[in-house]
Design a protein around this ligand. Structure first.
Ligand SMILES: Cc1cc2nc3c(=O)[nH]c(=O)nc-3n(C[C@H](O)[C@H](O)[C@H](O)COP(=O)(O)OP(=O)(O)OC[C@H]3O[C@@H](n4cnc5c(N)ncnc54)[C@H](O)[C@@H]3O)c2cc1C
Length: 331
């Protein structure tokens, strides 16, 4: 499959918020764009899962909007009824909500509502794990695990940075040593997540508790949030717990975390599922909203590790990726 007939063609690796925002804005500027993602659905870490009729957001729980460009996107999503305000602050460990005036938004049917909306009308191919990207002549040659080849003039890599570096390395694409050093300095915390079906949740209004320490950083009630018809609780373990217990047996992890969360979840718990996010939240970031290279061919690294470690930062990075490509191609 090729996209190089059009001089303005771009492959975007990753259908998370950064990749989808970049793809949408490139299409608006007349680009032929193909988005490739290894996952079964779009959204990356904006992830929603069903267990029976219960619905869980198990990656990002909410997003804030501080930059006017992101506020504009959020207004569009709200008008399209895919995003809504959840609240203006969550409870702390003492169980009392602290409003600070800043809206916290969420997807209307779960966080994936937003990426699903962004993907409408785009060429997005799922279950396409990209294994290599090679600059050959005047085009990028991208290969997937299935052996399919895609080509384009420009390339946006929006996967977590270690995965993007591996894709280039496998294609024999060398990076200048200072670029490589800057990218290799980026760090992420892992996060172990439990999706819990309790008899009832005891999470206070408005449905989320933030904890400053370990072993738990967040407990969210997806029913109060308005996305689940029945009790469905999401629990995030802290980075230290997640790192220490990464390879532990699931039963041991569940039992330790449920004991620690006993005040917030009533027993009996009928089911628990576990998700491990290796690259959950960037902790050492690249200081700019993207890293753009014009040689050997237009290439942009984007995502939440560029600028700000959250949904808003990832979306702004997607916008920055588009601006960089427009500049490189003189559009
Ligand atoms: C548990 C957790 C809780 C969080 N809570 C919040 C929160 O409350 N608020 C907030 O603002 N942010 C939160 N975040 C962070 C937020 O989810 C991210 O900042 C944002 O979603 C990142 O978007 P992205 O597009 O940069 O990356 P991603 O969403 O990770 O997208 C990258 C995409 O690349 C794909 N990919 C990777 N490798 C390949 C490959 N080889 N081939 C093809 N595709 C590939 C992946 O499948 C993925 O879809 C949380 C994250 C986690 C994990």
């Amino acid at each position: 499959m090729t996209t190089t007939e059009n001089e303005k063609s771009c492959l975007v690796i990753g259908a998370g918020i950064a990749g989808l925002v970049a793809a949408r804005t490139l299409v608006e500027h007349g680009f032929q764009v193909m988005v490739l993602d290894k996952g079964r659905g779009v959204g990356g870490r904006m992830a929603t899962r069903r267990i029976g009729s219960a619905v869980f957001d198990h990656g990002a729980q909410f997003f804030t909007a501080r930059d006017p460009r992101f506020e504009e996107l959020v207004s569009e999503w709200r008008a399209a009824d895919v995003a809504q305000e959840w609240c203006r602050g969550f409870a702390g460990p003492e169980g009392v909500a602290h409003g600070d005036g800043h809206p916290r938004y969420c997807g209307t049917t779960g966080m994936t509502a937003v990426p699903k909306y962004l993907a409408q009308g785009l060429q997005v191919l799922q279950e396409q794990r990209v294994t290599s990207a090679e600059a050959r002549g005047d085009h990028w040659r991208v290969r997937t695990e299935r052996g399919t080849i895609f080509t384009s003039h420009a390339l946006v890599l929006s996967a977590p940075v270690p995965q993007s570096i591996a894709i280039l390395e496998a294609g024999g694409t060398a990076l200048a040593s200072e670029t490589r050093t800057a990218l290799e300095a980026i760090r992420y915390d892992p996060c172990i997540v439990l999706m819990i079906l309790p008899k009832e949740s005891c999470v206070p209004t408005p449905g989320g508790v933030q904890f400053p320490g370990e072993p738990i950083t967040w407990i969210g009630d997806n029913r109060q949030k308005g996305i689940s018809p029945e009790a469905a609780v999401t629990l995030h373990a802290g980075p230290e717990f997640s790192r220490t217990h990464w390879d532990s047996d699931d039963h041991a992890i569940v039992s330790t975390l449920l004991s620690a969360a006993a005040d917030w979840i009533s027993v009996p718990v009928s089911e628990v599922q576990i998700q491990r996010w290796r690259f959950a939240k960037p902790t050492v970031l690249y200081p700019k909203p993207c890293l753009a290279l014009s040689e050997p061919l237009p290439l942009v690294f984007a995502g939440d590790a560029f600028g700000e470690p959250r949904v808003e930062g990832a979306a702004l990075s997607g916008l920055a990726a588009t601006s960089a490509i427009l500049t490189f191609l003189g559009v």
